[in-house]
Design a protein around this ligand. Structure first.
Ligand code: HEC
Length: 195
């Protein structure tokens, strides 16, 4: 009895497995997504600018939007506040990356300006992501970059100009080396930061 029940279970498992291996037919289930639905999810923007939508904005245009939608968490000049981290950065932050207390900000750490666009577009304002128009995201990106003196107040950011912005820490990234990983402990590294 016990054996036959086990056997029956095994057969049921096998049958289930075979069914999963077949190409499923979804006839009558769901519907094809609309072009708009696909577009609303297809939002990745890469370093080469691929994926950035039409639109544009300057830091000047971004200032009032930042004041209204971002400053409460990130400070009036993106210098950081209680809730949101500091977004600006320069040589001092880049120098800090070699220390045990690295300050990793958008201005002083991020290698690509397109990532700033992508991040804001998909994640900010926190709790209200997805509410900004492409023009607003371009303007906010320009505003944050201008606060780190990476672009000027009137520089127009769009799908063509944004990938060309040279971030200060662009060349601060090196591919991980196996020997470093092995030696991390000996070298006194803590949580990926080495003296
Ligand atoms: C309710 C608070 C809040 C608001 C409003 C907000 N942010 Fe943020 N933001 C955060 C927090 C907190 C983080 C840190 C990442 C996290 O925990 O999600 C963050 C992270 C970021 C980062 C990435 C920083 C990094 O170095 O990782 C950017 C860029 C950014 N916010 C831009 C904006 C912009 C632009 C707006 C306005 C449209 C905005 N944020 C509005 C709270 C906020």
């Amino acid at each position: 009895m016990r054996f036959s029940r086990l056997l029956a279970g095994g057969i049921a498992f096998l049958a289930c497995h075979a069914a999963l291996a077949q190409t499923p037919s979804y006839t009558g289930v769901g519907r094809a997504p609309t072009k708009e639905e696909i577009q609303s999810m297809d939002i990745s923007a890469g370093p080469d600018g691929k994926g950035l939508p039409a639109g544009q904005g300057t830091a000047k245009e971004g200032a009032p939007i930042f004041a209204a939608k971002c400053a409460v968490c990130h400070g009036a000049n993106a210098e950081g506040a209680k809730i949101g981290p500091r977004l600006t950065g320069g040589q001092a932050e880049i120098d800090s990356l070699k220390t045990m207390q690295p300050v990793r900000t958008v201005g002083g750490y991020w290698p690509y300006a397109t990532s700033v666009w992508d991040y804001i577009n998909r994640a900010m304002p926190r709790g209200n992501a997805g509410t900004l128009t492409p023009n607003e995201v371009y303007a906010l990106t320009a505003f944050i970059l201008s606060k780190s003196n990476i672009v000027k107040e009137d520089d127009v950011m769009d799908a063509k100009t944004l990938p060309k912005v040279q971030m200060p820490n662009r060349n601060g990234f090196v591919p991980p080396r196996y020997q470093d990983v092995v030696d991390e402990h000996k070298r006194g590294c803590k949580q990926g930061v080495c003296p």
